[in-house]
Write a protein that binds this ligand. Structure first.
Ligand code: KG4
Ligand code: ZN
Length: 398
């Protein structure tokens, strides 16, 4: 089947078209088109994502991205034009009441675009920034109605988890699938969660952060070090430089909750410890900044690794998946390999470009939904009622 996927939960507008073959026990994926437009430059002046700005940018970019994606692939068979579409201009105006100008843009897009030969439209409905989510959801509703295609309602976190399945992509015929039950560690800007994947589509929450998400901690510490938003990449660059210099690090930061009995995390204390250290020092040199970045990353790697090992034991995991924006971090990726070696549980991490938000992972998760959870496969009428969910747990349904 071919899935067109839309992701607008935060500050990346993304559209992809994925070909999925086989079934959930032996899927094969090939990406036909995958485009992501990041808004980070726009938000960096605010030091974080500004929801109404994110929404405005998604509304501005979604149609050009749809056009670009459809142009990249041959998925068009029936030469129908707007006059035969199942949606009127009035319906579009009613749908896009909060997205200025989008009704008109979508109408013009639909009018000139032949109906593509796709089987479903996958869209992220949560968790995320609600105003931002609505842009993707309403666009999916419009396309669903106009083209008479079902909508696959995707939880963003399931998207991150599904990104690890994409390793079994084209030209990688022999790449194995994760054995189940598998442990998934999601580390992103908004989430730090350990999940037991019992079966595809069936998830058990094992533990999560009690305060800041790990990506959030990266971003906040980076800000303390005068690094731009998002802070993860520049902070990790600094830390790598310090490791390369190979001098003894005068800084050591605490490992909050490392030894707690549960599978929860806390990163707020670590962030505060960095803040106090910077305040105590007053002026810090470039070398000290790099030491701090490195000591922070060491503490994160240590806590994540030890909780992963604990969770593997607690849930008898047979393999381990790590995903979410922070899993793009090179040093952490190396540290996860050490967990793999110590535990003997095979590690799956998506290629770094699929760690941060993208629509390819939403399409793969759409396939998981189509294969395992019929209640999240919405026909045109059901799709009309799909709502954005700012906060939603993995495993909770509409
Ligand atoms: O998954 P993602 O793109 O968006 C959310 O769903 O939150 O994750 C974004 C987060 C940001 O906090 C960003 O700083 C962090 O991922 N990140 C990194 C790296 N690349 C992105 N953190 C550490 N090292 C990186 N290389
Ligand atoms: Zn994400």
């Amino acid at each position: 089947m071919k899935i067109l996927a839309i992701e607008t939960s935060c500050d990346e507008t993304a559209v992809s078209i994925l070909k999925a073959e086989g079934d959930i026990s032996d899927p094969r994926f090939s990406s036909l088109a995958d485009v992501t437009l990041s808004q980070t430059e726009i938000h960096s002046q605010y030091g974080g994502v500004f929801p109404s700005l994110a929404k405005r940018e998604h509304a501005k970019n979604i149609v050009p991205l749809l056009e670009k994606t459809l142009k990249e692939v041959e998925v068009t068979s029936q030469d129908k034009t707007g006059s035969q579409l199942n949606i009127s201009k009035n319906e579009l105006t009613e749908l896009f009441t909060h997205e200025d100008g989008l009704a008109e843009n979508i109408y013009n897009f639909l009018k000139k675009t032949p109906i593509p030969e796709i089987d479903a439209i996958a869209v992220t409905y949560g968790p995320g920034l609600e105003p931002a989510l609505w842009v993707g959801i309403n666009t999916a509703k419009a396309l669903s109605k106009a083209w008479n295609k079902p909508v696959l309602a995707v939880n963003h976190l399931e998207g991150h988890i599904a990104s690890t399945l994409f390793n079994k992509a084209q030209n990688k015929e022999n790449s194995p699938l994760p054995e189940l039950p598998a442990l998934a560690l999601i580390i992103s800007g908004g989430h730090t969660e350990l999940i037991n994947i019992k079966k595809w589509g069936e998830y058990q929450f094992l533990g999560g952060t009690v305060d800041d998400a790990v990506g959030e901690a990266f971003d906040k510490v980076a800000r303390m070090l005068d690094l731009p938003y998002p802070g993860g990449p520049p902070l990790s660059k600094l830390a790598a430089k310090s490791r390369k210099d190979n001098k003894e690090n005068p800084f050591v930061f605490p490992r909050p909750m490392k030894h707690s009995d549960d599978l929860n995390f806390s990163f707020s204390g670590l962030k505060t410890a960095v803040l106090y250290k910077i305040k105590e020092k007053g002026n810090i040199t470039e070398e000290e900044k790099a030491f701090i970045a490195r000591a922070f990353e060491d503490a994160v790697a240590d806590v994540l690794g030890s909780k992963m090992k604990k969770a593997i034991e607690a849930s008898n995991s047979r393999s381990v998946l790590v995903c979410g924006g922070v899993s793009a971090n090179k040093y952490l990726r190396e540290s996860f390999k050490e967990v793999e070696q110590e535990t003997g549980k095979k590690l799956f991490i998506p290629d770094a470009y699929l760690s941060t938000d993208n629509a390819c992972m939403i399409a793969v998760a759409g396939f998981v939904v189509q294969q395992t959870r019929k209640e999240d496969v919405l026909d045109v009428k059901e799709a009309k009622h799909l709502k954005a969910k700012g906060v939603i747990k993995l495993g909770d349904h509409n």
